[in-house]
Design a protein around this ligand. Structure first.
Ligand SMILES: O=P(O)(O)OC[C@H]1O[C@H](OP(=O)(O)OP(=O)(O)O)[C@H](O)[C@@H]1O
Ligand SMILES: NC(=O)CC[C@H](N)C(=O)O
Ligand SMILES: [Mg+2]
Length: 486
């Protein structure tokens, strides 16, 4: 999961893109980049770290132009620390293309070989985004008849990208001289939302971004989600056209967006993230009520931040007081998306502090959105006990994470998942809790999909092991595990 944004405006876009990236920071903390198109020229600034520390005033001044895009990275392929892998990526031919990508490609080995052996293209990193850009460039090049490029040629090139590339990819590109191109993989695994507003001169101004909250904050009307398998082309003067470029498509958005990744105030594929989290809490409360006798729990407590909506709803449903016992240092950032286990472990302690007065002598029910490696929960349970809790029950609003996630969330190896190959009581023992309750897969589906009909199924491979896109088999998973860099 990364955050992406692209804007076509009647005014300079540098500040708007910066502001949008700040709003998407929760989707990636490794590196960030902004590119703008001024006439036929691109300007680009990329840096490691978070948005606030990455850009200087002189960088912002350099980013002239009324069309642009930006990225915050959470690495899933390649190396989080390598600055050359920060996005956007650029190729000089044909025309000059700059691209950002949220997602993860699954046929990178095949694409790497084809790009070298057949297309004669040089790759300078291990990033799958560089592959995606080169496939797009190659297909654009293949479709050129004369000197210039037209709409049909661009859309046809995207159709060929869909035929060659597997995995998940919500993507935005700038093509020098032509404008902005956005496309979303045929399953729409990662989110992409389209918005519009009227500029000071009456020109239509457009935005495409990972999450709807960016559109609302910029004063854009939410037009719709970019459809799975669709491409959208916007010229610098604000003319928008779209085409369904994939012959097959079905919207199957990633369940983990609703559980953890997205901000609660976003609506993705027509489903409010906040409402989904409330419903996850409601469904989890039903399981808790079946497994734990009433009166055994004194208080329900959330693990901030993402566990909060589910915990609130659980407390209400169970009729047990809701209390906040852990307080968060907001300057630490999200722990799960940090690269490397040592830094993740250290950061949990720096980030959360247990307030003894809330724990002393109490039987607490701690609620988190998910347990992945168990880094957060182990530390937290220890902290709750040290603060005087009489007993600690832990509840996860997501089902056990049993399988690697290969579509844009960095949980690639089975051995690092605390639930892998363990029974519930073994996980409970490994975490150090007195009792452990998980959401069921059915409960999760009902909760996230509840109350709407546009989405009928979710990408939920990390819970079920069923991979919808690409040829993800045992051999592939073993290869991913063996080549994981960060
Ligand atoms: O089992 P683990 O491997 O520890 O991963 C799961 C934890 O990581 C996330 O928190 P994070 O600190 O990233 O973000 P948050 O502040 O939004 O909860 C998530 O909310 C869980 O608390
Ligand atoms: N989380 C993502 O969307 C990552 C994008 C891309 N796979 C990278 O590693 O840079
Ligand atoms: Mg958390």
């Amino acid at each position: 999961m990364c955050g992406i944004v692209g804007i076509v405006s009647s005014e300079p876009v540098n500040q708007q893109i910066y502001d949008s990236l700040l709003l998407l920071q929760h989707r990636g903390q490794d590196s960030t980049g902004i590119a703008t198109l001024e006439g036929d020229f691109f300007h680009m600034v990329k840096a490691r770290g978070q948005v606030r520390e990455a850009y200087r005033t002189r960088d912002m001044r350099q980013l002239a132009g009324t069309v642009g895009l930006g990225h915050v990275r959470y690495a899933t392929r390649g190396n989080a620390a390598r600055e050359e892998e920060a996005q956007p990526f650029y190729v000089g031919a044909p025309y000059g293309i700059i691209l950002v990508h949220n997602g993860n490609l699954t046929n990178t080995r095949e694409l790497t070989a084809e790009l070298y052996n057949v297309d004669r293209r040089h790759l300078n990193t291990h990033s799958d985004t560089e592959l995606l850009l080169n496939v797009l460039a190659n297909e654009l090049q293949a479709g050129i008849a004369g000197l210039s490029l037209d709409e049909d040629q661009i859309f046809d090139a995207v159709t060929r990208v869909y035929e060659r590339v597997e995995g998940s990819y919500a993507s935005i590109a700038l093509i020098a001289g032509y404008g902005l191109l956005a496309f979303r993989d045929p399953f729409g695994i990662r989110p992409l939302v389209l918005g519009k507003r009227s500029g000071a001169n009456g020109q239509d101004e457009w935005i495409v971004a990972s999450e709807s909250l960016v559109l609302e904050s910029g004063g854009y009307e939410i037009v719709r989600d970019v459809r799975p398998g669709e491409a959208i082309l916007i010229t610098p003067d604000g003319a928008m056209t779209s085409r369904q470029c994939s012959t097959t498509s079905e919207l199957v958005p990633c369940a983990f967006e609703y559980i953890y990744l997205a901000r609660p105030d976003s609506v993705l594929s027509g489903i409010s993230v906040y409402d989904a989290r409330l419903r996850l809490g409601e469904s989890l409360a039903e399981t808790v009520a079946q497994e734990i006798p009433t009166g055994d729990i004194d208080v329900v407590m959330p693990i901030p931040d993402s566990g909060r909506p589910s915990a609130m709803q659980m407390a209400q449903k169970l009729g047990i007081p809701y209390r906040e016992g852990f307080f968060k240092n907001h300057y630490v950032g999200r722990t799960f998306i940090m690269p490397g286990q040592a830094v993740r472990k250290r950061s949990v302690r720096q980030k959360l502090n247990a307030m003894s007065t809330e724990f002393a002598g109490k039987n607490v029910l701690l609620v988190d959105d998910s347990i992945v490696r168990g880094t957060t929960s182990k530390e937290i349970i220890e902290m709750a006990r040290a603060a005087g809790a009489a007993s600690v029950t832990f509840a996860s609003a997501a089902p056990p994470v049993l399988f690697p996630h290969v579509y844009g969330i960095n949980m690639p190896t089975r051995s690092e998942l605390i639930a892998h190959d363990r029974t519930n009581s073994e996980i409970n023992a490994a975490m150090g809790s007195d009792r452990l309750v998980y959401q069921t897969v059915d409960g999760m589906n009902r909760a996230i999909l509840g109350g709407q009909s546009a989405v009928t199924r979710l990408e939920q491979s990390c819970f079920t092991g069923e991979y919808i896109a690409g040829n993800v088999d045992a051999e592939y998973l073993a290869w991913v595990e063996a080549t994981q860099e960060s």
